[in-house]
Design a protein around this ligand. Sequence first.
Ligand SMILES: Nc1nc2c(ncn2[C@@H]2O[C@H](COP(=O)(O)OP(=O)(O)OP(=O)(O)O)[C@@H](O)[C@H]2O)c(=O)[nH]1
Ligand SMILES: [Mg+2]
Length: 375
Amino acid sequence: MTEQSETQRPVHCSGCGIKLQAGHRDQPGFIPEVAYERDPVICQRCFRIKNYNEASSVSVNQDEFLRLLSSVGEKNALVIHIVDLFDFEGSLISGLQRFVGNNPVILAVNKCDLLPKVTNWNKLRNWMQQRCKEHGLRTAEIVLCSAKRNQGFDHLLEAVTSLRGQRDVYVVGATNVGKSTLINRLISDYSDLEQELTTSRYPGTTLDTVRIPLDDGHYIIDTPGIVYPWRYSELVERQDLEAVMPSNPLKPAVYQLNEGQTLFFGGLGRFDFVQGERQSFTCFVSGTLKIHRTKLERADSLYAEHRGEMLSPPGTDRMDKLPQWQRHEFRVSRGSQTDLFISGLGWIKVNGTEGAVLAIHVPRGVKVLTRPSLI
Ligand SMILES: Nc1nc2c(ncn2[C@@H]2O[C@H](COP(=O)(O)OP(=O)(O)OP(=O)(O)O)[C@@H](O)[C@H]2O)c(=O)[nH]1
Ligand SMILES: [Mg+2]
């Protein structure tokens, strides 16, 4: 350590990027005086997340974040855009191209460990390419990876090395997609840096940009996640997050249904097979979420009677915090393989038969769409 750095205190938390302050215990960035002695220097919130897995939410100013994103376009930068494979359409930054200008973009599709082991990865990559094209996103490379299980990192590093040149690397994405986990993985496996970014299973962990120096004088930059209100993970209370976000590989649940049957996903959503020939539907949702089958004609009364109890989560004390349900109706064409996608909750794979009519009920505001089947 140099003499100068011994007397100079860090200004920002090395875990989450927030500006440090020792004056107000109840405000973001608080650090007790004595904790400045520790190495690395982190705020009290990060200390608690790291040591006690404690949740504490702070809202990040979204305007500031959009300003940061816009400024990337004016810099000479390599952009790694991380999306969550489980919530692809919910976590993709639409319009990213507008922000990044001519800078190259690597799309890192994270949490691949959540898909069944038998997945056809080449097909998946083509699928991603198609979706990027539809969203007008030009990618220099698409990498399928898992920051948690250390998969796909050789490919990612190769892409970063060949595209970086004399550039800083910006890591951007929605909240909770694994930006900080992925950077930690990169710096622990491929450099001697001791720094560790704070990660947690709750969205909104990183609060400001964190600049991590690389060997050549450039930086890799972690950023706070963008809050997209249409993702179920932003909507549910923390106690219910586990039920929506899978932590183990998805086990597809197949249901043979006749028309006039309904599936409830706990008390979080509902799927109606309104009309069509008997067929199978495959549900890809967190294994901790109970699926309950009933008759469509009974569904409304069942929900009214049992929400918060048999149909939970959310429990009785939390269900009124979610917006009213809205019904979305879909028709799928014959022979098509379609997913009914619910942002942050999962999807239902449908093999289209003539004239099938389907409906999804979820709280107003949650993004629901159809897409060609992911797998
Ligand atoms: N299953 C799985 N979970 C992951 C993976 N990568 C990260 N996670 C989990 O996702 C959660 C969020 O990770 P973070 O690294 O904090 O995400 P972030 O994008 O930095 O989040 P913010 O700072 O809130 O924007 C944590 O619970 C991680 O363990 C992965 O590859 N697979
Ligand atoms: Mg983070």
